[in-house]
Design a protein around this ligand. Structure first.
Ligand code: KIV
Ligand code: NA
Length: 266
């Protein structure tokens, strides 16, 4: 599936919807709910794998989860993250992209202003999503980016260079809405915002944040359902029922035929 249809949507002013998923059942229900693009982010590390940082995520981790998402959502456009330090050189980026594409990614995403890497990937036929603003792989501490005129001008210049290199999408993470609007207006590539205001061409959220499954809470997020609380309560009910003999019930099991039981007891 080609990224071109999202450029067409941008031209028509039609917003599209991106959401992360890391496993087959979540990907399936996102597809059923009409999500346009499923993103397998390196956010899998902190949200699913119990890592302390995105930096611990490996190419094997990404391939494993991309393959699961592909099985759950065979027809959906998938963007997969190249993890930390897997795209240092053009050759390394190409080898890493090949891994993710083989696992089922339609497009590979990486962080930072590296138009050289974009050009190398495009030359080999990969669809490419860039990611600037907050780069979790490369930045620690301060989360909000591009607040000063100087920092904003740098991000705008980076965005233009990545666009000129042929990027198919650009994720803008935690930058001021005015800057995101300006970048969106100037680029051919659709912008996918997270904490970057409503003027981006698309929005992305981490599904664990949207569903309140994680331990963290963010200003840029909206909790659409308290799935963590619901799951905890369900598990507590199950535990109580087991301990008090209320689960399993009659209807959860099955019996032997009377004759078989009699034969057994002979
Ligand atoms: O890893 C991720 O989920 C991401 C999105 C938040 C853009 O990079
Ligand atoms: Na990421």
């Amino acid at each position: 599936m080609a990224a071109g249809r999202f450029v067409e949507m941008k031209k028509r002013g039609e917003k599209f919807v991106v959401l992360t998923a890391y496993d087959a059942p979540t990907a399936r229900l996102e597809a059923e709910a009409g999500v346009d693009i499923v993103m397998i982010g390196d956010s899998v590390g902190t949200n699913v794998l119990g890592y302390a940082s995105e930096r611990e995520v490996t190419l094997d981790d990404m391939a494993h989860h991309i393959a699961a998402v592909r099985r759950g959502a065979p027809g959906v456009y998938l963007i997969g993250d190249l993890p930390f330090a897997t795209y240092e050189s053009e050759a390394q980026a190409l080898a890493s992209a090949a891994r993710l594409a083989q696992a089922g990614a339609d497009c590979v995403k990486f962080e930072g202003a590296r138009p050289d890497i974009v050009r190398a990937l495009k030359r080999e036929g990969y669809e490419v999503c860039c990611h600037i603003g907050l780069e979790s792989q490369h930045q620690e501490g301060k989360r909000r980016q591009g607040k000063t005129a100087e920092a904003a001008a740098k991000l705008l210049a980076d965005a233009l260079a990545l666009d000129a290199a042929g990027a198919d999408f650009l994720v803008l993470e935690l930058i001021p809405r005015e800057l995101a609007a300006k970048i969106t207006e100037r680029l051919r590539a659709p912008t996918i915002g997270i904490g970057a205001g409503a003027d981006c061409d698309a929005q992305v959220l981490v599904v664990h944040d949207l569903a309140a499954l994680g331990t963290r809470d963010f200003k840029h997020n909206r909790r659409y359902v308290e799935l963590g609380a619901a799951l905890r309560a369900a598990v507590a009910s199950y535990a109580r029922d087991v301990r008090e003999g209320r689960f399993p019930a009659e209807e959860n099991g099955f019996s032997m035929e009377a004759a078989e039981l009699a034969a057994l007891e002979k």
